[in-house]
Design a protein around this ligand. Sequence first.
Ligand code: BG6
Length: 498
Amino acid sequence: MTNNNINNIEDNKSKNITDEIKEANQKIANNAMVIFGGTGDLAYRKLFPALYNLHCLNTLPEDYEIIGVGRRDYSQEEYIKIVQDWMKEFSRLKYTDEKFEEFKSKIRYYKMDMSDSNEYKGLIDFIDSEGIEDGLIYYYAVSPELFDPITEGLKKGNCQKHSCQCENTPLNESCCMGDTKVIIEKPFGENLQAAEKIYSNLKSYFKTENIYHIDHYLGKEMIINIMTLRFANALFKAVWNNEYIEKVEINAYETVGVDSRGGYYDKSGALADMIQNHLFQIMSIVAMEKPKDNNTISIKDSQNEVFKQLKDIDGEKIDEILLMGQYNGYRDEEKVDPNSVTETYVALKLEIENERWKGVPFYLRTGKKLDKRESEVIVSFKSMEEGVAGNNLLIKIQPDEGVKLNFNIKKPGIGNQVIKEVEMDFCQSCILENRANTPEAYERLLKSCMDSDKSLFSQWKQIETSWKYINKIVDSYKKYSNKLYFYDIATNGPVETF
Ligand code: BG6
């Protein structure tokens, strides 16, 4: 198939997707989003731009309200001006004054101390005074240590306001909140115990089906595409196993450091920040068995099976499967412990113990302050003939999106039997129309939450299983290794990496 044919198919798909979005618009019964952390990094880089873009695409209800909650002393006008600057810098769609004029009427600012449970009654009064009765989403865009105080505060505020008895509500039974939804950001705590506590607390207030664990990698175009690539192409489907595949590499390299997030990051580190969630999700989609249908539960079950089948860790040999690094200069970052041993680079080698994958290593790598920003999956196939390279399939996630396949041909010429490697390269993001039609991950995910569609969100079972595995890795590392490899910024990580 030529690139043009592929493009035509893609064009048609884009049209269908647009139609679907229009249909879905009519179903929206949402009224407002309250963003805790309304002046933070996530709000300005991702959430407001996503909401602005949804507004530009006519996907937000006309009277939708966005309440940014923060500690800072901004007036409504000051906050709107700040949001306007963010949109100019971070919006995917072109910023226009005309669109922002419409968008700004949706924005409110509410100042409060999120760690003080006595201040929540005021917030709830404010929400009520805006006439928002249902269709509300709370977004916890704050560091995990604020999750519990916010949940407790909402519970207390609602009890005071609506006289419901949340204190005596058994776990798993929601109190006061009706159909209000909540979105929480990964890593959902610093370890399994912390994640469990946060989840239990949420469940005592929100209905389980209304708790959304967001992992924005699941909203990335090419990650969603992996299933299509695997299951809709005989070419790949037939050889997706240990008979043909030699190894799989999943890399998420970043040029950014920790910026203003030193306080959070130093307690988390790359294992919890990137591997336990983003990279594990990609791995499970690459490795899972075909789900029995397209239902969210079936897909999530298939993914979860992969986590359960990860090969057990031999603690004493942890150095053979794990390498932790830290960039030089990290300890001087704001809010980072000057003696910190937190990892900013991880290389992890895993194996999945089932019939399909036994013996195939999966390498997961991620790092900050490296020489390039690149996320990708590389599937290396076994060589079919001695001295001849095996095929390579590269799934480009970002910044470019596409698929590249390397294969072998005979070098042209009479009597010449030399084999050479060539490539087919499909660049999805090079096509202007695709670029315009590809929503940012957060646009897709916020819209999914508004539509009560959980297929692109992490499920608790997955989080629990993957945390258990990461906990074992961390325990083994602390007991048997503690090695930390330092690397210079703008390089490709520790020289010792595998
Ligand atoms: C976030 C991590 O989840 O993902 C950040 O907390 C990381 O540390 C970011 O920088 C990477 O996201 P993206 O979409 O830029 O690859």
